[in-house]
Design a protein around this ligand. Structure first.
Ligand code: HEC
Ligand SMILES: [Cu+2]
Length: 311
């Protein structure tokens, strides 16, 4: 049991109503498998010593001399264990498969490498899905290219999707925070970039529609940010792989070689076009890569980076 508890600590924390059920089932499987493993090993080791062939003229045991009763007991026991596991898993599987009728309806359309979400009110966003705490959320999933899988490890939720076929998944989040959304299917070269976020916020906060800010005046730039930069740059002032974009314009910074600069348009454009030209001090270890953006795209990114929300 101690080992099991340790194992649990390595699993993601418990922020949806499915977590206890799914983890309980997993623990049961560990325990049952443990017993089966122990039983098999004991039988093998005992047999090795007890029924060892001791002399070369000892004949093998004749066929048909086994115990029919033992076989019946063993088969019944395994069937019973199987039936118990099935009985424990079935209601959980059913619960996860069928969304409650009055769930909030979201739609997510996927292609490499973005998750496009349509909110219950019809507005749209990319890669960031805001859901209200404590409410049932149903997400209808479709793919535009290949098979993917909507996988939120922290919620114990995963659902495959294929082009031309709508599947759905549901959950009720029980903890505020941002949880990672991954593609659970090995869908191709862009697979590792298919990372989104599920933001769990209060039902009152969701009325402010935080995702709509994302598609305001600088929608084009925001979308490019979501697509190319979000993995390494935050908008909230926190350091990520690279410096945050919060308060970027006008910021005074020191470069790796000690040079001091003030962030302006020319510097930002250079940072995007020639990332290695100037390296910010403290960010030397993981370089930024050159991204395939054209001048128009860079211009809309710059507009977005200058916008009011980021001051
Ligand atoms: C793979 C991670 C990664 C991605 C993706 C990425 N960057 Fe960076 N970026 C960095 C790192 C690391 C630095 C700091 C080192 C440097 O200056 O090159 C940086 C620095 C910058 C700077 C200078 C910041 C400052 O405080 O001086 C700008 C501007 C910038 N990136 C813009 C972008 C834009 C725009 C995108 C998306 C189109 C983007 N980056 C995508 C890693 C990344
Ligand atoms: Cu995928």
């Amino acid at each position: 049991m101690i080992a099991l508890q340790n194992l649990n600590q390595h699993m993601p924390q418990a922020p949806s109503t499915f977590v206890d059920d799914v983890d309980g089932l997993l623990q049961l499987l560990w325990i049952v498998s443990g017993f089966v493993l122990a039983a098999v090993v004991i039988v093998i080791v005992t047999a090795m010593f007890r029924w060892r062939r001791t002399s070369s003229d000892e004949l093998p045991v004749a066929e048909g001399s086994g115990s029919a009763r033992l076989q019946i007991v063993a088969v019944t026991l395994f069937l019973a264990v199987g039936a118990i596991l099935f009985a424990c898993g079935w209601p959980i599987g059913l619960d996860m498969a069928v969304a409650p009728a009055n769930s909030l309806r979201y739609e997510v359309t996927v292609k490499q490498s973005e998750w496009r979400v349509t909110y219950p009110d019809g507005s749209e966003a990319t890669n960031e899905i805001y859901v209200p705490l404590g409410e049932d959320v149903r997400i209808d999933l479709t793919s535009e290219d290949v098979a993917h899988s909507f996988y939120v490890p922290a919620f114990r939720v995963s659902q495959k999707m294929r082009p031309g076929d709508t599947r759905s998944v549901w959950f009720r989040a029980t903890q505020r925070g941002a949880f990672e959304l991954h593609c659970g299917g090995d869908c191709g070269v862009a697979h590792p970039d298919m990372i989104g976020k599920i933001h769990v916020i209060g039902p009152d906060e969701i009325e402010e529609r935080p995702w709509v800010k994302i598609s305001g005046d600088n929608a084009a730039g925001q979308r490019l940010y979501m697509k190319w930069c979000i993995a390494c740059h935050t908008l909230d002032g926190n350091k990520s792989v690279g410096p945050s974009f919060k308060g970027l314009f006008g910021r005074e910074e020191e470069m790796k070689d000690g040079e001091k600069i003030t962030v302006d348009e020319a510097y930002v454009i250079e940072s995007i076009k020639e990332p290695s030209a100037k390296i910010v001090k403290g960010f030397e270890t993981q370089p930024m890569l050159k991204l395939p953006l054209d001048d128009a795209e860079i211009a809309s990114l710059v507009e977005f980076l200058k916008s009011e929300e980021l001051k």
